[in-house]
Design a binder for this molecule. Structure first.
Ligand SMILES: Cc1cc2nc3c(=O)[nH]c(=O)nc-3n(C[C@H](O)[C@H](O)[C@H](O)COP(=O)(O)O)c2cc1C
Length: 219
């Protein structure tokens, strides 16, 4: 089984990175293959919204496909993001946006679709779906996911910690749902400002290791 950690964290040795490494360490003990990717180490450019995705090919030539292939090959994917401005990190969002090319139905003349009357749009869309089939969604259905989120603000903070952490978790969940994957674990480390509280940190790291050790292939 292959377990892939994908993090979008500016701090290479920060909390998200450390927790992800611990999960991978745990699962290595069971003989599973592991790999860790920080999106900051890759050239992942913003989606241009040109809708070339309908042709099945993105016009941007960067590292996205390199990472995407790794996802395709993995059984379990760990998605790790710090809370940045009450949401996932920008690089993680950019990375998600770029999946559009693989998640849309193939439709070679789709760029001109908007010009057609609604009824024709629907007909053409249906025909294209029959002819070209859906994108790579099928490949993702059996994949399992783990979320890792870290925030400075405590979850129950008087100024609304919950409002910052929940949208971050939801953004990651949304990605998993879109790919029709299954969420099998979560590690949420809040109030990291107090990371000098060794007891809490140790507890989280142990939890991450145990989560890694518990990972099994679904039948
Ligand atoms: C650009 C930026 C934006 C941030 N925004 C938030 C925020 O909205 N809420 C919060 O609780 N923490 C915020 N933080 C703090 C990080 O979520 C927190 O320090 C987290 O532990 C960082 O994870 P890391 O150690 O893996 O880098 C922000 C940090 C940065 C750099």
């Amino acid at each position: 089984m292959k377990v892939l950690g994908i993090i979008g964290a500016a701090r290479k040795n920060g909390t998200v990175s450390s927790l992800t490494k611990k999960v991978l360490e745990g699962t290595q003990e069971n003989g599973n293959l592991t790999e860790l990717i920080n999106l900051y180490d890759y050239d992942i450019q913003h989606c241009k919204g040109c809708w070339s995705c309908h042709t099945g090919k993105c016009t941007i030539d960067d590292d996205f496909e390199k990472v995407f292939i790794k996802i395709k090959e993995a059984d379990i994917i760990i998605l790790g993001s710090p809370v940045y401005w009450a949401n996932i990190s920008g690089i993680m969002k950019t990375f998600f946006d770029r999946h559009t090319v693989h998640m849309h139905n193939r439709f070679p003349d789709g760029r001109d679709l908007w010009k057609l009357p609604t009824r024709e749009k629907i007909k053409k869309g249906r025909n294209a779906l029959k002819k070209f089939g859906p994108m790579d969604r099928e490949d993702f259905k059996k994949k399992q996911y783990i979320l890792i989120v870290a925030s400075t603000v405590p979850f129950k903070h008087i100024f609304g910690g919950r409002k910052e952490v929940v949208p971050t978790i939801n953004a990651l969940k949304r990605y998993i749902n879109k790919l029709q994957g299954k969420l099998i674990g979560k590690l949420i480390y809040t109030d990291t400002l107090f990371r000098f509280f060794k007891k809490k940190r140790d507890k989280m790291m142990n939890k991450a290791f145990r989560l890694g050790k518990s990972l099994k292939k679904t039948p």
